[in-house]
Unconditional design. Structure first.
Length: 352
């Protein structure tokens, strides 16, 4: 059983400062490279993609065979689980974890994102890379921009009307809101087509429409409109919930760099803003390797199966430098994330 560390809350007054000179990250990078942990795992990913494709094909076949029955709706949760697996593959392709060839990686991403999920690979990659460059930075990370949820007291102060009432109770509403995430991702994907170049727009748009038509055709030719609607609603809701459960523990409630002058090197910027989730093979599978969020942020192109191998190296390096390395259980990670959202909304709940 691996040694684990208790979650550490880093407060500004306790925040370790950066060293006067030199790179804290370079020695760790040399060690990781020396152990071959940045080498591609083509065979591993080929097996993962093949198994995922077979699972999706098997679920679709079962939907057709069961036909116009309420029993078919019971397959929606299973499809949601493997839709999330598909999203994880697209995520890894976007980080060049699967292949170093950019064109091949884009094809993998387009197939798993646009075609199989109806979610724009180009939009997601653009947004996600900006997040990786400046995690939890209020001005630069799109994942903490004020939208349905807010993440700082300053953002909360500017809420008005319905959004203000939502912010008061955003911790309680977080998981219910993730039920809408599957549909929201599709809507954002179509909206982003306006940003893309004409060439990108033609390819991505065609694949998004192909997915939408194929999905609707499958359900409406197999089931009555009522059952098809229930199946689609359940599938998309649980898909969104699964993604929310996978991404919520990673950064919510962790350090947020001061936009007016916080200067961290790569190592501190990624470690202090990220949280790992303890667990074994089941946790790794359920969270798509994102439970090793610290290692993933330090080495975005590291293949998923190598993240757990890099973990003890990163922990030891952080311990040597006195940098907090936050790791906790899955349930406690949700508790910490929700506590942060609750605290952000506190002033709005107590106002007169």
């Amino acid at each position: 059983m691996s040694q684990t560390s208790a979650p550490v809350a880093v407060h500004p007054r306790e925040r370790p400062g950066s060293p006067p000179g030199g790179s804290e990250f370079a020695p760790l990078l040399r060690t990781v490279k020396g152990q071959g942990l940045l080498d591609r795992r083509h065979g591993w990913y080929a097996r993962v993609m093949a198994c995922n494709a077979l699972a999706l094909a098997g679920i679709v076949t079962a939907v057709v065979m069961v036909g116009n029955s309420w029993w078919t709706v019971l397959l929606a949760p299973l499809l949601a689980v493997f839709s999330a697996r598909t999203a994880f593959i697209g995520h890894d392709a976007g980080h060049a974890q699967i292949t170093g060839d950019k064109a091949t990686g884009r094809i993998v991403g387009l197939v798993h994102g646009n075609l199989l999920l109806g979610m724009s690979y180009g939009w997601w990659n653009n947004k996600h890379n900006r997040h990786h460059a400046n995690p939890n930075h209020i001005d630069k990370d799109p994942d903490v921009a004020a939208d349905v949820l807010v993440f700082t007291g300053e953002q909360a102060k500017h809420r008005t009307g319905f959004r203000r009432r939502l912010t008061r109770n955003q911790a309680w509403l977080f998981f219910p809101l993730t039920l809408l995430e599957g549909v929201a991702l599709k809507i954002q994907s179509f909206r982003d087509l306006r940003r893309q170049t004409p060439g990108e727009r033609r390819v991505e748009g065609a694949l998004l429409i192909t997915h939408l038509v194929a999905y609707a055709t499958l359900l409406l030719t197999v089931m009555s409109p009522g059952k098809a609607l229930v199946f689609a609603a359940l599938h998309q809701a649980l898909f969104g919930l699964h993604l929310g459960m996978s991404f919520a523990p990673n950064h919510k409630g962790m350090e947020m760099p001061d936009p007016d002058g916080e200067s961290w090197g790569h190592l501190r910027r990624q470690v202090l803003t990220s949280r790992n989730i303890r667990g074994g093979a089941v946790t790794d599978w359920f969270l798509g390797g994102l439970n090793y969020q610290i290692e993933h942020h330090l080495f975005p192109s590291m293949p998923r199966p190598h993240l757990r191998l890099a973990r003890p190296l990163v922990r030891a390096h952080c311990r040597e430098l006195g940098i907090p390395y936050t790791e906790t259980g899955l349930v406690d990670s949700y508790r910490q994330a929700l506590r942060h959202l609750h605290e952000v909304g506190e002033p709005l709940r107590t106002e007169r």
